[in-house]
Design a protein around this ligand. Structure first.
Ligand code: FES
Length: 184
């Protein structure tokens, strides 16, 4: 069933959804067309819709592929090189496939002083991965992140679009166990 996308939130839907479909067509579907039109209706120029559409690709597929960039470039009458230059500037657009649960552990100064390294190591240990690697079952990718803007709640961890604060190594198994239950 098609979700009605109001133009005011067309560029700000939750991203990296757990239910994403890496194989889904970007714009060649009713939902894709609706999303495209809703985003375009917000801006005076097509070029201005670039970031929201990169966000849409990231949300739907979990990352932004070269094919996605070409498809967006075509719709916005831009060159693929221009789209790539913008996408590569922002770390929030994944340029590689990620696991269904994309786990970003902040290891910047406040979190570092509060034991972030041990939190990171525990996530890697529990998921059986190395940094940036996706687990064999496709469920988890764990990376180190720069400051997540939650320095007062170190260690901060972002999983998809959800924040976890004051994370300790001891809490990691419980957080992982709760991921499938809440759709994060
Ligand atoms: S240093 Fe970790 S959230 Fe800012």
């Amino acid at each position: 069933m098609s979700r009605r996308i109001h133009p005011s939130v067309a560029g700000a839907q939750p991203f990296q959804l757990a239910e994403r479909d890496p194989e889904a067509p970007l714009f060649e579907s009713a939902e894709g067309q609706e999303r495209l039109q809703a985003v375009l209706s917000r801006y005076p120029t097509k070029r201005a819709a670039l970031l929201p559409l990169l966000g849409y690709a990231n949300e739907l597929h979990g990352w932004v592929s070269t094919q996605d960039m070409e498809s967006i470039a075509e719709r916005l009458e831009l060159t693929p090189a221009y789209v790539w230059s913008v996408a590569s500037f922002y770390t929030m657009y994944n340029k590689h496939p990620t696991g269904r649960h994309f786990i970003q552990v902040c290891t910047n100064i406040s979190c570092h002083l509060n034991g972030a390294q041990r939190v990171l190591e525990r996530f890697l240990e529990e998921t059986g991965t190395r940094p940036g690697e996706t687990s064999e079952d496709g469920r988890h990718t764990v990376i180190e992140a720069e400051c997540l803007g939650a320095c007062g709640f170190a260690t901060a961890v972002q999983i998809n679009d959800e924040y976890h604060e004051n994370v300790t190594p001891e809490r990691v198994p419980q957080i992982l166990a709760g991921l499938d239950g809440n759709g994060s």
